[in-house]
Write a protein that binds this ligand. Structure first.
Ligand code: HAM
Length: 420
């Protein structure tokens, strides 16, 4: 029996995990600058949370959830996204009562969706997400968008396109909804089964349908922007004004609806012009969700956030040839000659590591040449050569790999030579 990794998942091997660590650290640093604090929620939740939170007419809830029953007969689901969980934690921990409002949170962690795997679309993927809850100020919409754009820019990504839209408040959405029903109803039989069942429940979803996207009624469908009431329009204008002030370029696209049900007012996506990127060009999606906290049992609280997947980010960096400055080699590699030196190696390595150096040595009984080759492969900055003569003098021969220079150094002075 040969075991294989499940479809749509990946092993991240060491060369790659260095890049992961680098971008995760970048994310932590950036969120800190914006004063977002990390939250860690469970990998699974009650199924009902996502059905309610994400919305039961969405593809995620209808087709993509990993749902299972535990031994106690409870229906649980591997989280397909992070917003519902974060809002659940917000409500359960009564964060609306915290002195500092809005509550600004972020998370980095795996999400699970049963999708048809393709390049950039996985069944397990890692999202960086941020959620700001407790403020309905359009400035925070711009802040959240700015954070996402900064993240990409600081990593060196180019050709980004920020697309924004407004889905309006409840009243605007209702008016738009009725207009959509009037528009599609007479010819709904020409649409797929999903669209037909969504007509009454959530006609906005029809605009997101992949099967019928070329149907002529799609391009002529009523635009949300024509249905925004004064308040929603004002709000949208302010968000745009702040983006202008921050010199973040964007396009308004009235057809941007997003795949989750909880959005209102601001919705946005960040795309990339990417050759070799296949059909997947959306790197980030987010928006405002003013009704969600209430929906999940908390007090009326506005919220906004986004999520982006680190897999797609890494793909984008790769296709643009961006080299991340990940740390490669060792500070030092210890080469031993003879049994006595080999005996002394564990203690010396241990001491150097305690002092903060990245060091390694031989565990395969290799000859000196083999050990030198290993040091080279591991890109050691220094090689420490320990033989009987050096031992007798309580010293080690330090070879600087870049220059080939060698110097006999007392063991108790070694940090002065190779320490950082
Ligand atoms: P979403 O648009 O479903 O939104 O996903 C956000 C991002 O997650 C996408 O833009 C993409 O980068 C990544 N993503 C989604 N599915 C996959 C997949 N199968 N494989 C790889 N990457 C994927 C949300 O999840 C919302 N919770 C975002 C949000 C937060 N809205 C407000 N706050």
């Amino acid at each position: 029996m040969k075991y294989k990794i499940p479809r749509g998942t990946q092993d991240i091997l060491p060369a790659q995990s260095k890049k992961w660590q680098y971008i995760e650290q970048k994310a932590h640093d950036l969120c800190k600058r914006y004063n977002y604090q990390e939250i860690r929620t469970p990998m699974f939740e009650q199924t009902e949370l996502f059905a309610r939170g994400v919305g039961d007419t969405t593809d995620i809830v209808q087709k993509e959830m990993y749902t299972f029953e535990d031994r106690g007969g409870r229906s649980l689901t591997l989280r397909p996204e992070g917003t519902a969980s974060t809002v659940r934690a917000f409500v359960e921990n009564k964060m609306h009562g915290w002195a500092d409002q809005p509550v600004k949170l972020y998370y980095i962690g795996p999400m699970f969706r049963y999708e048809r795997p393709q390049s950039g679309r996985m069944r397990q993927f890692v999202q960086l997400g941020v959620e700001a809850m407790g403020s309905a100020d359009p400035a925070i919409d711009a802040e959240v968008i700015g954070l996402a754009m900064d993240f990409y820019r600081e990593l060196g990504l180019k050709n980004l396109k920020l697309v924004v839209n407004s889905l309006g408040d409840k009243e605007s959405r209702n008016n738009h909804r009725n207009a959509l029903i009037d528009h599609f109803k007479p010819r709904i039989s020409e649409f797929c089964g999903d669209c037909q069942s969504r007509l009454e429940k959530n006609p906005l979803r029809i605009l997101d349908c992949k099967v019928d996207r070329d149907h002529e009624l799609m391009s002529s469908a009523p635009s949300i922007l024509d249905y925004l009431n004064e308040e929603s329009l004002d709000y949208f204008k302010k968000v745009q004004q702040f983006l202008n002030d921050m010199e973040i370029p964007y396009e308004v696209d009235a057809t941007l609806v997003r795949g989750l049900d909880y959005y209102n007012n601001t919705a946005f996506e960040i795309m990339i012009d990417g050759e070799g990127f296949g059909a997947i060009t959306t790197l980030t999606g987010g928006g405002r969700y003013n009704g969600l906290v209430e929906e999940i049992g908390g007090p009326t609280t506005p919220g906004i956030g986004f999520a982006l997947s680190l897999e797609r980010l890494l793909m984008a960096l790769d296709t643009q040839g961006v080299e991340l400055p990940v740390e490669q080699g060792l500070d030092a590699y210890l080469v031993t000659m003879g049994d006595q030196a080999k005996e002394a190696a564990p203690k010396l390595l241990h001491q150097l590591r305690k002092k903060g150096l990245t060091v390694d040595g031989d565990y395969l009984g290799r000859k000196m040449k083999g050990q030198m080759k290993a040091a080279d492969r591991q890109q050691a900055e220094y090689v420490l050569i320990l033989g009987e003569d050096e031992l007798a003098q309580n010293s080690v021969m330090v070879k600087t790999m870049a220059t080939g220079e060698q110097e006999l150094i007392k063991l108790n002075e070694i940090m002065e030579k190779i320490g950082k």
